[in-house]
Design a protein around this ligand. Sequence first.
Ligand code: ADP
Length: 307
Amino acid sequence: MSVVALGESLGLLVASRIGRLELVPTMDLGFGGAESNVAIGLARLGVPTTWMGRLGDDALGRLIERQLRAEGVGVATTLDPAAPTALMLKERPAAGASSVVYYRAGSAGSRLAPEHLDLAAIGEARILHVTGITAALGEAPRAALDAAIDAAHAAGALVSFDVNHRSRLWSHAVAAPEYRAIAARADVVFAGEDEAELLTGEREPEAQARALVALGAAQAVVKLGADGALGLVDGELVRQAAFPVHAVDTVGAGDAFVAGYLAELLEGAPLAERLRTAAACGAVACTAPGDWEAAPDRAAIARLLGG
Ligand code: ADP
């Protein structure tokens, strides 16, 4: 196994309206979650990947497990008989901003604890990928995240950390020191501009990357949306422009980007190449709706890069 992605995966009910009780013309059932999005992104790039987390022993949990496996992702989860799978209701309106409602507290994913980890799978991985969402879900998931990092360190695996701050889950004041502590134990840190500012207090991406490295991670990547990204490794600073695409849904771009970066890291590619593939993955992921559905395979990246 090359990568273990630890964290949440939750059901997604996407309707053309949520809120008032009324007839809605469309309703789709799917799933998503930052870490399982990254796992699918990696699998599509040909990287053997396992998603590790907790699902409820219910129809939604079994659906997610089946679909992850159908995407070529290994699943290291125990189905929790006592807690349901987390669910997110998402509105996809014809125009305007969408609303999102979560059921998370008390979900199986929120009860992830150290004893649920498959330490053998982490021991075999070359990279463990974690996000701040897992830390924000509560004390037990936070402890699981630390135990997973311990196992990765013991096995000599790299630790990849995408901050993925969710202000609804965690206030800035509580989250910032926790993220800094995780970053200090990671080898690669990914952060959006706002997240990097939250961790470092810096406002400018280059200063943010330097401050992230000063926290202890050898590699820092600041994701800048349609402005591209910036990476810093061993004092080498590389800027990567975004690839121009017709973006219809940018949700999941960051996860596809991370998958592209980690896939190239495993290949031993230099920083510029890691960022280029990552940006290509992020760009392609924007071209169709969905959280992971548009994550590219190698052929789709080649098409984008080829012109
Ligand atoms: P996140 O989804 O974590 O907030 P970003 O929005 O920064 O992350 O997106 C990650 C990467 O995806 C960016 O660094 C960029 O390379 C690519 N990307 C994001 N939005 C666009 C866009 N509109 N057009 C092209 N590429 C994009």
